[in-house]
Design a binder for this molecule. Structure first.
Ligand SMILES: Nc1ncnc2c1ncn2[C@@H]1O[C@H](COP(=O)(O)OP(=O)(O)OP(=O)(O)O)[C@@H](O)[C@H]1O
Ligand SMILES: [Mg+2]
Length: 500
């Protein structure tokens, strides 16, 4: 067959320029991915870093409705610029260690702006080449019924090559993409520097925060298997972005919680080797991690860039809700486990299925921790309830206002509160709390009860025997008839002040 007879219509671009990405913020992920690849290549090639420029600078101008993402990686050589910037597919990265491989990611911006411009040069003094995709023209030609050019002519008709007017304004070696005339979209998240920073702090290959103590340990573990990115990304000239993990967070119930330890995983491949590595942060498992912490869910990364959102792994858990109690990351290493075109999930394959099989015990283990933690908190609450009752009753005993029979009965009641407390303290799941808090509390209670039981003197001894018996009877009635033990004791305290 003769290839010249095969028609590839313009419509293929429709897929890239409209339906492809659901979340507008994903354009940042695509451009940061390209920047990360170019920076890694520049290190590989021994090119010196630019001391005057951040590695990646994101500039958002909501007034002008423009976004620019500039990096000081390799840049694109002039003789390859046109071909690289107009190609659709045919990525030169395929088969390399780079993150990109489809050759379409840089077109992600087409759907969201009127003009998509790429600029680059590779050395000082060179002209800055500029290719502009006219997205408005692209859309109108796509709609046109008369326009019937094939794909190459179509691209030629909507792109424009030129030289930037003032090359001195640009870094010596750089690549940048500029989205101009950004189209209004729901909440305009794409133009909100705060939202973009939060998004990139989660998905981009930026370092852990210095305020996250376990970060260094995780980094050291990851470095044994892969090269976690630590690129400098500044949004509108702000501080370099860091990952969102911190030592402490506010649990779902509003109480403070903290990440106490980290667990590492190596997940074997189908035919030996390591398919992925992972880390999990353990905490109090009091409930779902709040969205605002930006770390919720077992997340996946390839080339240290997040694939999909925080819900990707939900079905690995016996109950999907336990994913949101989880904080952890799986770094996929096996080059045969590939992100899909939208990078919102991985492509199905035996290697992916094998990985998922190895991950399901993690889901089960976390579900168990969540359930155990709920049960533990329930028992601890119960322990505290018994403790409160025992203490209230001992406070009444300490008052010395009860007759002997009532006092013996009250002592027996205290015993009856203490014995279930001992049962709770003996529970295996509560061993740590029991040793630290529960047994010492129980001992204290028992000691106090013994002291109270041994005590013979009473403030009532000052009263004549008959009066004393009368008051003791009255107080017993107060305690018997009252629905509130603490209020009853306060009443008895006040009466005592009057009669003694
Ligand atoms: N920031 C950059 N610096 C240098 N070259 C770049 C940069 N961005 C894109 N390129 C060049 O343009 C090519 C196409 O980029 P594009 O994002 O479309 O595809 P890709 O990264 O190769 O694959 P994918 O579609 O998986 O992202 C890249 O392969 C690279 O050669
Ligand atoms: Mg790319």
């Amino acid at each position: 067959m003769n290839g010249a007879e095969i028609v590839i219509g313009k419509d293929i671009l429709e897929l890239l320029s409209s339906a492809m990405y659901v979340d507008t913020l994903t354009v940042y992920r695509e451009y940061v991915q390209n920047a990360a690849d170019a920076l890694a290549a520049s290190v590989e090639a021994g090119l010196p870093p630019d001391p005057a420029e951040p590695q990646v600078a994101v500039t958002i101008d909501p007034g002008a409705r423009t976004v620019r993402i500039r990096d000081t990686g390799t840049g694109v050589p002039a003789d390859a610029f046109v071909a690289r910037m107009t190609a659709i597919g045919a990525s030169p990265k395929r088969g390399t260690a780079a993150r990109g491989f489809r050759g379409v990611g840089r077109l992600a911006g087409l759907a969201y702006c009127r003009e998509l411009t790429f600029r680059s040069r590779t050395a000082a003094g060179e002209p800055v080449l500029e290719i502009r995709w006219d997205c408005a023209k692209l859309k109108s030609l796509l709609r046109s019924t008369e326009y019937a050019a094939g794909l190459p002519q179509f691209v030629a008709d909507i792109v424009d090559l030129s030289e930037a007017a003032d090359p001195a304004r640009y870094p010596d070696r750089f690549f940048e993409v500029e989205m101009g005339g950004i189209i209004r979209h729901r909440n305009d998240a794409i133009l909100d520097a705060g939202t973009v920073s939060e998004y990139l702090s989660q998905v981009a290959p930026v370092p852990f925060s210095a305020e996250f103590t376990l970060g260094a340990e995780i980094d050291a573990f990851l470095r044994r298997h892969t090269a976690p990115g630590a690129i400098e990304i500044r949004v509108n000239g702000g501080e370099p972005l860091v990952r969102p993990h911190r030592d402490a967070f506010e649990a779902d119930d509003g109480k403070p919680d903290a990440f106490t330890d980290v667990e590492f995983k190596e997940l074997p491949g189908q035919d030996g080797g390591v398919a992925a590595v992972g880390w999990l942060l353990h905490h109090g498992y009091r409930g779902a991690i709040p969205n605002a912490a930006l770390v919720k869910g077992l997340r996946f990364r390839s080339g240290d860039i997040q694939v999909g959102g925080h819900n990707l792994a939900e079905d690995l858990f016996p109950e999907p809700r336990f994913n949101s109690w989880t904080v952890g990351e799986i770094h996929v290493l096996d080059p045969r486990i590939l992100p899909n075109g939208r990078r919102d999930n991985y492509q199905e394959s035996v290697h992916l299925r094998n990985l998922r099989n190895h991950l399901s015990p993690i889901g089960r283990d976390i579900a168990k921790r969540c359930r155990t933690s709920s049960a533990r908190r329930k028992w601890l609450r119960e322990f505290e309830l018994y403790e409160t009752v025992a203490k209230e009753k001992m406070a009444i005993l300490a008052q010395g206002t009860l007759g002997e029979v009532a006092r013996n009965a009250m002592e027996a009641e205290v015993e009856r509160s203490i014995s279930p407390m001992a049962k709770i303290a003996a529970m295996e799941d509560l061993a740590a709390e029991a040793e630290a808090r529960l047994w010492p509390k129980l001992e204290e209670l028992r000691r106090e009860l013994n002291t109270l039981a041994d005590r013979t003197e009473s403030p009532m001894a000052r009263l004549p025997a008959e009066k004393r018996a009368m008051y003791e009877h009255l107080f017993e009635l107060v305690y018997d008839c009252s629905t509130n033990r603490v209020a009853a004791k306060a009443l008895v305290d006040r009466i005592m002040l009057k009669i003694l």
